[in-house]
Design a protein around this ligand. Structure first.
Ligand SMILES: C[S@@+](CC[C@H](N)C(=O)[O-])C[C@H]1O[C@@H](n2cnc3c(N)ncnc32)[C@H](O)[C@@H]1O
Length: 208
């Protein structure tokens, strides 16, 4: 968490209640230490998708499919969301949640390396959401621009990395990778980027 405790409590208290499936997923993630975006960030993701009328979303790192369901609800019946995760047990669990949430038809599941799968994509997406292992962030950035439509969004979670991005001499490879990613994204002439300090930090980059 990046926002201070009391402010966080207030922000979360303002969120509408989630339906049964999303609530169960939040509980399961909390009990099993699965790092999902949580409802405050998920609402921002969904709102951004609604604002640009997104119909095609590619997600790198989907775990049990919590953020995927929020995307699927945003893209509507004719929309498509690509779920990717390296762990087939996650994918199996996600499949069950998608069915119960009534969004299976909008989601294509891919088990395996998300970066490799993205690199094989020939179509352009409205949104690419990045939530894979942090060491891979700089590599993700190199793949994204050609696969995103003009006016599309490249969104990345954990860009403040529990505040470790502000360390004087960061030692962890994940922190160094996020710092490199954030710098390159901020400097990229292809994107107009802002970083939202919600939860663990969300970078929203608009493709010019
Ligand atoms: C932070 S979790 C994703 C949470 C999900 N976006 C949500 O908020 O509901 C990261 C997931 O990415 C997966 N992952 C990490 N690196 C990956 C890669 N290179 N390819 C595919 N999956 C990867 C992990 O298995 C893990 O389940």
């Amino acid at each position: 968490m990046t926002t201070a405790g009391a402010v966080d409590d207030y922000l979360y208290s303002m969120l509408p209640k989630r339906d049964q499936v999303l609530t169960e997923m939040e509980e399961y993630a909390s009990e099993h230490n699965i790092p999902i975006v949580g409802p405050a960030v998920a609402r921002i993701l969904q709102q951004l998708a609604m604002m640009i009328n997104a119909r095609r979303v590619f997600e790198l790192g989907s775990a049990i499919g919590y953020s995927t369901i929020w995307w699927a609800q945003a893209v509507g019946e004719k929309g498509k969301v690509t779920y990717t995760d390296g762990d087939s047990k996650n994918a199996e669990r996600a499949r069950g949640y998608f069915a119960r949430a009534g969004v299976s038809k909008r989601i294509t599941l891919h088990t395996g390396d998300a970066l490799e799968f993205l690199s094989e994509q020939k179509e352009e997406f409205d949104i690419i959401f990045n939530d894979v292992d942090k060491d891979d962030y700089p590599r993700v950035l190199r793949l994204v621009a050609p696969r995103l439509r003009k006016g599309g969004l490249f969104i990345t979670d954990n860009v403040l990395w529990s505040g470790r991005v502000a360390e004087k001499n960061p030692k962890e490879s994940s922190t160094k990778a996020i710092l490199e990613f954030n710098r390159k994204l901020a400097d990229s002439p292809e994107f107009y980027t802002t970083m939202l300090p919600i939860r663990d930090g969300l970078a929203v980059a608009y493709k010019k």
